[in-house]
Ligand binder design. Structure first.
Ligand SMILES: C[S@@+](CC[C@H](N)C(=O)[O-])C[C@H]1O[C@@H](n2cnc3c(N)ncnc32)[C@H](O)[C@@H]1O
Length: 232
């Protein structure tokens, strides 16, 4: 594996406003972290779908690949990705919160193919990844920053590689959880509504270099989107 990249100076000093304003309780608090970073909690938040959503995302990548995970995820997701790329691959996890980076470094201890780096995904990333995985980040980011992140993540994929986005989506009208999710988005996830009806490929001009495939799961509540970069 290539030498670990340094944490970016900007990220070590400044957390995005939207993150500290909205999600301190979830990602920036030393006391809540051990309670939230449990597979059972992640599974409950995703209505029992966490396992299959994670497995489907991880299966998009192959042993030996160099994969970027965009932002930390509670539970075993980073370990699953590290195990998938294997000893001959590389996993790089990038997050803007020092607490999250410290936590994922602890969880990934012993996985020598994996490294975690402090940086803001709104700033450009490396451009030589076989794969990029963005798991439930976009709904937690305001529209402007979301577009920057999607653009940076697509730029990070080399020709022949792919970006995988798993996130919320507008569920079917008949969905019994629809009213509950509307309430959850209104109270806890203020940026989520703007993602639900906006195709991810509409967020970056680079989309034209990719072949896009989409599927929805669990009555449309979740989307699994793959952007495969054409080789020329
Ligand atoms: C991936 S998202 C949500 C994941 C999911 N809800 C879970 O189960 O953990 C949460 C992470 O995104 C990170 N994050 C938010 N905005 C970011 C940005 N601009 N750059 C890097 N990381 C960011 C937060 O620090 C947090 O660790």
């Amino acid at each position: 594996m290539s030498p670990p990249k340094r944490d970016s100076a900007a990220a070590t000093e400044i957390l995005p406003d939207y993150l500290s304003r909205t999600y301190t309780w979830a990602y920036l608090n030393q006391r809540t972290l051990p309670w939230l970073d449990r597979s059972v909690v992640v599974s409950a938040i995703l209505w029992g779908n966490a396992g299959r959503l994670m497995r489907a995302a991880v299966a998009e990548f192959a042993p030996g690949q160099k994969v970027l995970q965009a932002a930390c995820v509670y539970g075993r997701f980073s370990m699953m990705l590290a195990e998938r790329v294997g000893a001959h691959g590389e996993l790089e996890v990038v997050d803007v919160a020092p607490l999250q980076i410290a936590n994922v470094r602890r969880k990934l201890a012993g996985h020598t193919q994996a490294a975690a780096r402090l940086a803001d995904l709104c700033t450009p990333l490396g451009r030589d990844h076989d794969g990029v995985c963005c798991f439930f980040l976009l709904h937690e980011v305001p529209e402007h920053q979301r577009r920057q992140i999607v653009d940076n993540l697509l730029a990070a994929v080399k020709p022949g590689g792919k970006a995988v986005f798993v996130d919320y989506h507008r569920c079917a009208r008949w969905h019994p959880l629809g009213p509950i999710m509307t309430l959850v988005f209104r109270t806890l996830e203020p940026y989520a509504q703007s993602l639900l009806d906006t195709p991810i490929e509409s967020m970056s001009a680079r989309s034209a270099d990719f072949d896009w495939s989409h599927r929805t799961l669990f009555g449309g509540l979740y989307q699994h989107v793959v952007a495969a970069r054409r080789t020329r």
